[in-house]
Design a protein around this ligand. Structure first.
Ligand code: ZN
Ligand code: ZN
Length: 348
Protein backbone atom coordinates (compact mmCIF):
# COMPACT_ATOMS: atom_id res chain seq x y z
CA UNK A 1 0.00 0.00 0.00
CA UNK A 2 1.01 3.66 -0.20
CA UNK A 3 1.58 5.81 2.90
CA UNK A 4 3.04 9.12 4.07
CA UNK A 5 6.20 8.27 6.00
CA UNK A 6 8.23 10.48 8.36
CA UNK A 7 12.02 10.28 8.06
CA UNK A 8 13.57 13.28 9.78
CA UNK A 9 13.02 16.96 10.49
CA UNK A 10 11.47 18.31 7.29
CA UNK A 11 11.80 14.97 5.46
CA UNK A 12 8.78 12.80 4.61
CA UNK A 13 8.03 10.50 1.67
CA UNK A 14 4.91 9.16 -0.04
CA UNK A 15 6.00 5.58 -0.58
CA UNK A 16 5.18 1.89 -0.67
CA UNK A 17 4.75 0.19 2.74
CA UNK A 18 3.62 -3.24 3.93
CA UNK A 19 -0.16 -3.41 4.31
CA UNK A 20 -0.94 -3.74 8.05
CA UNK A 21 -2.20 -7.04 9.45
CA UNK A 22 -3.96 -8.11 12.62
CA UNK A 23 -1.23 -8.48 15.27
CA UNK A 24 -3.39 -8.92 18.38
CA UNK A 25 -6.88 -10.37 18.66
CA UNK A 26 -8.29 -6.99 19.76
CA UNK A 27 -7.03 -5.27 16.54
CA UNK A 28 -8.91 -4.18 13.46
CA UNK A 29 -7.44 -3.25 10.10
CA UNK A 30 -9.31 -0.34 8.56
CA UNK A 31 -9.26 0.71 4.91
CA UNK A 32 -9.09 4.50 5.02
CA UNK A 33 -11.89 6.38 3.24
CA UNK A 34 -10.94 9.90 4.32
CA UNK A 35 -8.15 11.36 6.41
CA UNK A 36 -6.62 14.76 7.10
CA UNK A 37 -3.48 16.52 8.37
CA UNK A 38 -3.24 17.94 11.88
CA UNK A 39 -1.18 20.85 13.20
CA UNK A 40 0.46 18.16 15.33
CA UNK A 41 1.79 16.54 12.15
CA UNK A 42 3.52 19.84 11.35
CA UNK A 43 4.98 19.87 14.88
CA UNK A 44 6.28 16.35 14.19
CA UNK A 45 7.83 17.50 10.89
CA UNK A 46 9.54 20.32 12.83
CA UNK A 47 11.10 17.77 15.17
CA UNK A 48 9.03 18.83 18.20
CA UNK A 49 7.63 15.35 18.97
CA UNK A 50 10.66 13.13 19.72
CA UNK A 51 8.56 9.96 20.22
CA UNK A 52 8.01 9.85 16.44
CA UNK A 53 10.86 7.86 14.89
CA UNK A 54 12.19 7.37 11.38
CA UNK A 55 9.92 5.26 9.16
CA UNK A 56 6.67 6.09 10.97
CA UNK A 57 3.44 6.51 8.96
CA UNK A 58 1.87 9.76 10.19
CA UNK A 59 -1.77 10.68 10.81
CA UNK A 60 -4.26 10.14 13.64
CA UNK A 61 -7.57 11.19 12.08
CA UNK A 62 -9.93 9.55 9.64
CA UNK A 63 -12.89 7.42 8.73
CA UNK A 64 -12.79 4.06 7.00
CA UNK A 65 -14.23 0.61 6.42
CA UNK A 66 -13.28 -2.42 8.51
CA UNK A 67 -11.15 -4.69 6.34
CA UNK A 68 -10.46 -7.40 8.94
CA UNK A 69 -10.89 -7.93 12.69
CA UNK A 70 -9.13 -9.90 15.40
CA UNK A 71 -10.92 -12.80 17.09
CA UNK A 72 -11.88 -10.88 20.25
CA UNK A 73 -13.44 -7.81 18.53
CA UNK A 74 -17.19 -7.93 19.19
CA UNK A 75 -18.50 -4.42 18.42
CA UNK A 76 -17.52 -4.40 14.75
CA UNK A 77 -17.51 -6.69 11.73
CA UNK A 78 -15.90 -6.58 8.29
CA UNK A 79 -17.50 -3.93 6.09
CA UNK A 80 -18.60 -1.64 8.96
CA UNK A 81 -17.96 2.05 8.38
CA UNK A 82 -16.08 3.54 11.32
CA UNK A 83 -14.74 6.75 12.76
CA UNK A 84 -11.19 6.42 14.10
CA UNK A 85 -10.48 8.22 17.39
CA UNK A 86 -7.05 9.86 17.57
CA UNK A 87 -6.87 8.20 21.00
CA UNK A 88 -6.51 4.43 21.31
CA UNK A 89 -8.00 3.00 24.51
CA UNK A 90 -8.30 -0.48 25.97
CA UNK A 91 -11.38 0.35 28.04
CA UNK A 92 -10.08 -1.81 30.88
CA UNK A 93 -7.13 -0.10 32.58
CA UNK A 94 -7.31 2.23 35.58
CA UNK A 95 -7.25 5.37 33.40
CA UNK A 96 -9.83 4.08 30.92
CA UNK A 97 -12.13 3.15 33.83
CA UNK A 98 -12.36 6.85 34.67
CA UNK A 99 -12.77 7.86 30.98
CA UNK A 100 -9.17 9.17 30.96
CA UNK A 101 -8.61 7.49 27.59
CA UNK A 102 -5.76 9.84 26.61
CA UNK A 103 -3.68 8.14 29.30
CA UNK A 104 -4.70 4.53 28.59
CA UNK A 105 -1.83 2.35 29.81
CA UNK A 106 -1.90 0.41 26.52
CA UNK A 107 -2.92 3.25 24.22
CA UNK A 108 -3.44 7.01 24.40
CA UNK A 109 -2.11 9.04 21.48
CA UNK A 110 -0.13 6.33 19.70
CA UNK A 111 -1.50 6.53 16.11
CA UNK A 112 0.97 8.30 13.84
CA UNK A 113 3.21 8.66 16.89
CA UNK A 114 4.52 5.38 18.33
CA UNK A 115 2.62 3.13 15.88
CA UNK A 116 1.77 3.64 12.19
CA UNK A 117 -1.10 6.06 11.52
CA UNK A 118 -3.92 6.98 9.17
CA UNK A 119 -2.21 8.83 6.29
CA UNK A 120 -2.17 5.58 4.35
CA UNK A 121 -4.47 3.30 2.40
CA UNK A 122 -4.87 1.01 5.44
CA UNK A 123 -4.26 1.36 9.17
CA UNK A 124 -4.17 -1.11 12.07
CA UNK A 125 -6.23 0.04 15.05
CA UNK A 126 -5.43 -1.67 18.39
CA UNK A 127 -8.26 -2.12 20.91
CA UNK A 128 -10.74 -1.67 18.10
CA UNK A 129 -13.85 -2.17 20.27
CA UNK A 130 -13.04 0.92 22.32
CA UNK A 131 -11.11 3.05 19.79
CA UNK A 132 -13.54 3.02 16.84
CA UNK A 133 -17.07 4.40 16.52
CA UNK A 134 -19.90 3.24 14.28
CA UNK A 135 -20.92 5.85 11.69
CA UNK A 136 -24.65 6.63 11.61
CA UNK A 137 -26.33 6.66 8.18
CA UNK A 138 -27.68 10.19 8.31
CA UNK A 139 -24.45 12.10 8.92
CA UNK A 140 -22.10 14.06 6.67
CA UNK A 141 -18.97 11.93 6.25
CA UNK A 142 -16.49 14.80 5.87
CA UNK A 143 -17.81 16.51 9.02
CA UNK A 144 -17.10 13.27 10.86
CA UNK A 145 -13.37 13.45 10.10
CA UNK A 146 -13.34 16.57 12.30
CA UNK A 147 -14.45 14.34 15.21
CA UNK A 148 -11.32 12.16 15.23
CA UNK A 149 -9.39 14.91 16.97
CA UNK A 150 -10.03 18.63 16.54
CA UNK A 151 -13.65 18.95 17.69
CA UNK A 152 -13.21 16.78 20.82
CA UNK A 153 -9.86 18.49 21.51
CA UNK A 154 -11.35 21.99 21.21
CA UNK A 155 -14.29 21.00 23.39
CA UNK A 156 -12.64 18.83 26.04
CA UNK A 157 -9.20 20.44 26.45
CA UNK A 158 -10.23 24.03 25.66
CA UNK A 159 -13.88 24.63 26.51
CA UNK A 160 -14.56 22.05 29.24
CA UNK A 161 -11.16 22.23 30.98
CA UNK A 162 -11.35 26.02 30.72
CA UNK A 163 -14.71 25.85 32.52
CA UNK A 164 -16.52 28.14 30.09
CA UNK A 165 -19.94 28.94 31.53
CA UNK A 166 -23.06 30.87 30.57
CA UNK A 167 -21.99 34.52 30.30
CA UNK A 168 -18.22 33.92 30.40
CA UNK A 169 -15.89 36.23 28.51
CA UNK A 170 -13.38 34.21 26.54
CA UNK A 171 -10.38 34.77 24.31
CA UNK A 172 -8.97 32.13 21.99
CA UNK A 173 -5.36 32.76 20.97
CA UNK A 174 -4.88 31.12 17.55
CA UNK A 175 -7.61 30.70 14.92
CA UNK A 176 -6.23 27.53 13.35
CA UNK A 177 -8.47 24.46 13.07
CA UNK A 178 -8.29 23.54 16.77
CA UNK A 179 -8.84 27.14 17.90
CA UNK A 180 -11.85 27.32 15.57
CA UNK A 181 -13.10 24.00 16.97
CA UNK A 182 -12.96 25.57 20.45
CA UNK A 183 -14.80 28.62 19.09
CA UNK A 184 -17.58 26.41 17.64
CA UNK A 185 -18.03 24.23 20.71
CA UNK A 186 -17.72 27.09 23.23
CA UNK A 187 -21.12 28.23 22.01
CA UNK A 188 -22.76 25.16 23.62
CA UNK A 189 -22.25 27.16 26.85
CA UNK A 190 -23.41 30.61 25.65
CA UNK A 191 -20.41 32.79 26.55
CA UNK A 192 -21.19 36.53 26.51
CA UNK A 193 -18.10 37.57 24.55
CA UNK A 194 -15.76 35.57 22.33
CA UNK A 195 -12.53 37.24 21.22
CA UNK A 196 -10.37 35.54 18.58
CA UNK A 197 -6.71 36.47 18.09
CA UNK A 198 -4.57 35.52 15.09
CA UNK A 199 -2.15 37.00 12.55
CA UNK A 200 -4.06 35.72 9.52
CA UNK A 201 -6.89 37.96 8.33
CA UNK A 202 -8.61 35.10 6.47
CA UNK A 203 -8.81 33.01 9.63
CA UNK A 204 -10.18 35.98 11.56
CA UNK A 205 -12.90 36.47 8.92
CA UNK A 206 -13.84 32.80 9.26
CA UNK A 207 -13.89 33.23 13.05
CA UNK A 208 -16.50 35.95 12.66
CA UNK A 209 -18.67 33.72 10.50
CA UNK A 210 -18.39 30.97 13.15
CA UNK A 211 -19.57 33.20 15.99
CA UNK A 212 -16.66 35.32 17.28
CA UNK A 213 -17.85 38.72 18.58
CA UNK A 214 -14.47 40.43 18.28
CA UNK A 215 -11.40 39.54 16.21
CA UNK A 216 -7.94 40.96 16.80
CA UNK A 217 -5.04 40.81 14.36
CA UNK A 218 -1.95 40.73 16.57
CA UNK A 219 0.52 41.69 13.81
CA UNK A 220 1.57 44.76 15.83
CA UNK A 221 1.56 42.94 19.16
CA UNK A 222 -1.44 44.84 20.52
CA UNK A 223 -3.62 41.85 21.50
CA UNK A 224 -3.07 42.12 25.26
CA UNK A 225 -3.80 45.84 25.34
CA UNK A 226 -6.91 45.46 23.16
CA UNK A 227 -8.30 42.57 25.21
CA UNK A 228 -7.78 44.48 28.48
CA UNK A 229 -9.54 47.49 26.94
CA UNK A 230 -12.46 45.26 25.91
CA UNK A 231 -12.82 43.88 29.45
CA UNK A 232 -12.55 47.07 31.56
CA UNK A 233 -8.94 46.26 32.34
CA UNK A 234 -9.89 43.02 34.10
CA UNK A 235 -9.09 40.40 31.46
CA UNK A 236 -11.18 37.44 30.30
CA UNK A 237 -12.70 34.65 32.38
CA UNK A 238 -11.18 32.00 30.13
CA UNK A 239 -8.09 32.27 27.94
CA UNK A 240 -7.53 29.38 25.54
CA UNK A 241 -4.05 28.98 24.04
CA UNK A 242 -4.41 27.29 20.65
CA UNK A 243 -1.04 27.91 18.98
CA UNK A 244 1.54 25.91 20.94
CA UNK A 245 4.25 28.58 21.05
CA UNK A 246 5.70 30.72 23.87
CA UNK A 247 4.05 33.97 22.58
CA UNK A 248 0.63 32.30 22.85
CA UNK A 249 1.30 31.42 26.47
CA UNK A 250 2.54 34.93 27.34
CA UNK A 251 -0.62 36.52 25.94
CA UNK A 252 -2.74 34.16 28.06
CA UNK A 253 -0.80 35.05 31.24
CA UNK A 254 -1.50 38.74 30.66
CA UNK A 255 -5.18 38.50 29.73
CA UNK A 256 -6.62 36.02 32.24
CA UNK A 257 -8.69 37.80 34.89
CA UNK A 258 -8.40 37.15 38.63
CA UNK A 259 -10.02 33.80 39.34
CA UNK A 260 -9.96 32.90 35.64
CA UNK A 261 -8.78 29.86 33.72
CA UNK A 262 -6.04 29.31 31.16
CA UNK A 263 -6.63 26.20 29.06
CA UNK A 264 -3.72 25.08 26.92
CA UNK A 265 -4.73 23.49 23.61
CA UNK A 266 -1.43 23.91 21.80
CA UNK A 267 1.19 21.17 21.43
CA UNK A 268 4.25 22.85 22.95
CA UNK A 269 7.78 21.97 21.85
CA UNK A 270 9.64 24.82 23.59
CA UNK A 271 9.95 25.79 27.26
CA UNK A 272 8.10 28.88 28.50
CA UNK A 273 8.44 30.91 31.67
CA UNK A 274 5.55 30.89 34.12
CA UNK A 275 5.81 34.36 35.64
CA UNK A 276 4.80 33.35 39.15
CA UNK A 277 6.26 36.60 40.52
CA UNK A 278 3.15 38.35 39.18
CA UNK A 279 0.79 35.42 38.55
CA UNK A 280 0.83 33.98 42.13
CA UNK A 281 -1.84 36.39 43.32
CA UNK A 282 -4.26 35.88 40.42
CA UNK A 283 -6.15 32.84 41.82
CA UNK A 284 -6.03 31.45 38.31
CA UNK A 285 -6.24 27.85 37.17
CA UNK A 286 -4.01 26.41 34.44
CA UNK A 287 -4.96 23.22 32.61
CA UNK A 288 -3.15 21.35 29.86
CA UNK A 289 -3.21 17.85 28.52
CA UNK A 290 -4.39 15.28 26.07
CA UNK A 291 -7.87 14.86 24.69
CA UNK A 292 -9.81 11.73 25.72
CA UNK A 293 -12.34 11.90 22.82
CA UNK A 294 -15.11 10.82 25.21
CA UNK A 295 -17.33 13.53 23.67
CA UNK A 296 -17.34 11.92 20.18
CA UNK A 297 -20.85 10.33 20.58
CA UNK A 298 -22.32 13.64 21.79
CA UNK A 299 -20.66 15.59 18.96
CA UNK A 300 -22.09 13.12 16.41
CA UNK A 301 -25.58 13.92 17.72
CA UNK A 302 -24.82 17.65 17.58
CA UNK A 303 -23.89 17.30 13.88
CA UNK A 304 -26.96 15.18 13.03
CA UNK A 305 -29.21 17.74 14.75
CA UNK A 306 -27.58 20.72 13.02
CA UNK A 307 -26.16 22.24 16.20
CA UNK A 308 -22.67 22.39 14.72
CA UNK A 309 -21.36 22.19 11.16
CA UNK A 310 -17.68 21.15 11.27
CA UNK A 311 -17.61 20.94 7.48
CA UNK A 312 -17.04 24.70 7.58
CA UNK A 313 -13.50 23.95 8.78
CA UNK A 314 -12.61 22.16 5.52
CA UNK A 315 -10.89 24.43 3.00
CA UNK A 316 -9.27 22.05 0.48
CA UNK A 317 -9.82 18.59 -0.99
CA UNK A 318 -7.09 16.21 -2.16
CA UNK A 319 -6.68 12.58 -3.12
CA UNK A 320 -4.54 10.41 -0.87
CA UNK A 321 -1.95 10.16 -3.66
CA UNK A 322 -1.68 13.98 -3.51
CA UNK A 323 -0.64 13.83 0.14
CA UNK A 324 2.64 15.72 -0.34
CA UNK A 325 0.79 18.56 -2.06
CA UNK A 326 -1.79 18.53 0.76
CA UNK A 327 1.06 18.97 3.29
CA UNK A 328 2.46 21.86 1.26
CA UNK A 329 -0.90 23.67 1.27
CA UNK A 330 -1.60 22.96 4.97
CA UNK A 331 1.90 24.10 5.98
CA UNK A 332 1.58 27.34 4.00
CA UNK A 333 -1.91 27.98 5.34
CA UNK A 334 -1.91 31.78 5.09
CA UNK A 335 -0.80 31.74 1.44
CA UNK A 336 -3.47 29.20 0.42
CA UNK A 337 -6.18 30.30 2.90
CA UNK A 338 -6.08 26.76 4.24
CA UNK A 339 -7.85 25.31 7.28
CA UNK A 340 -8.45 21.55 7.33
CA UNK A 341 -7.55 19.62 4.20
CA UNK A 342 -9.83 16.69 3.35
CA UNK A 343 -8.00 13.74 1.81
CA UNK A 344 -9.90 10.93 0.07
CA UNK A 345 -8.43 7.52 -0.63
CA UNK A 346 -7.89 6.93 -4.37
CA UNK A 347 -9.01 3.32 -3.84
CA UNK A 348 -12.67 4.27 -3.22
ZN1 ZN B 1 -4.31 16.08 15.84
ZN1 ZN C 1 -6.85 1.67 28.89
Amino acid sequence: MKALVYYDIGIKKWEEKEQPEILKKSDAVVKILKTTICGTDLHIMNGCVPTVTKGRILGHEGIGVIESIGSSVTNFKEGDKVLISCITSCGKCEFCKKSFFGHCSDGGWILGNTIDGCQAEYVRIPHADNSLYHIPNNIDMESLVMLSDILPTGLEVGVMEGKIKFGSTIAIIGAGPVGLAALMTSQFYSPSKIIMVDLDENRLEISKSLGANVTINNKNGTAVEEILNLTDGKGVDVAIEAIGTPPGWYICEDIVCAGGNIAMLGVHGKAVTLHLERMWKKNFTLTAGLVHTSTIPMLMKAIINGKIDPKKLISHHFKLSEMENAYHVFKNAAEYKALKVMITNDLI
